[in-house]
Design a protein around this ligand. Structure first.
Ligand code: FNR
Length: 181
């Protein structure tokens, strides 16, 4: 059996009943055994990005933790909602902390935006890709998705009820796995 591939999974929503967090967890259950997921749960604890507190003798602990979890990961999976036609502030804030430290450089990254709207959070998706490209993440080819009408495709228990979406996610996982090899 090959070495397991470490994936850091990040949901862009802090909401208790977040569809994106449920989706992320559902994706993890679909993944092949050699993908070893860690769910990043520190998004809500990061301070607002401020270069003044990113000092040489150590950034805030929560920032250091995000950086080391990213560094240890072979790849990243992000599932995010769209707020106000853009990336949720908490997720953008986390990415701002990574711009200068470089943990995303060459990191295979899969991106999903999911929304109850017919547009699937496409503006957040596009904007997130701009930022990830800026930090030199490798956006996984065939490893991205925008998912419209998420409320009809994922039930309240977090089970993916739409076969087409499930199939798309299985292909996305395969692409992520290959990109991490
Ligand atoms: C939203 N929502 C939303 N959806 C969207 O597709 N584009 C948008 O710009 C916005 N903007 C927005 C602003 C505010 C203040 C709220 C409360 C909601 C709807 C959003 O997609 C929906 O609430 C999702 O369920 C949020 O994702 P999670 O938390 O379920 O993952």
């Amino acid at each position: 059996m090959g070495r397991s591939i470490k994936i850091l999974a990040i949901s862009g929503s802090l909401r208790q009943k977040s569809s994106n967090t449920k989706l992320m967890k559902a994706i993890i259950t679909l993944a092949p055994e050699n993908l070893e997921f860690t769910i990043y749960d520190g998004l809500g604890n990061l301070p607002h990005f401020n270069p003044d507190i990113d000092v040489d003798d150590g950034p805030p602990f929560s920032v250091g933790s995000l950086r080391s979890q990213l560094k240890e990961a072979d790849g990243v999976l992000i599932c995010t909602p769209e707020y106000g036609n853009g990336v949720p502030g908490v997720l953008k804030n986390a990415l701002d902390w990574i711009v200068s430290s470089g943990e995303f450089i060459n990191k295979p990254t899969s991106v999903i935006s999911a929304s109850p709207s017919p547009m699937g959070g496409d503006k957040a998706f596009d904007s997130l890709l701009l930022t990830l490209n800026m930090v030199n993440a490798v956006i996984v080819e065939r490893g991205t998705m925008t998912i419209p009408h998420i409320s009809f495709k994922l039930n309240t228990e977090g089970v993916i009820t739409d076969p087409e979406t499930k199939q798309g996610l299985l292909s996305l996982l395969k692409a992520l796995e290959q990109a991490c090899h």
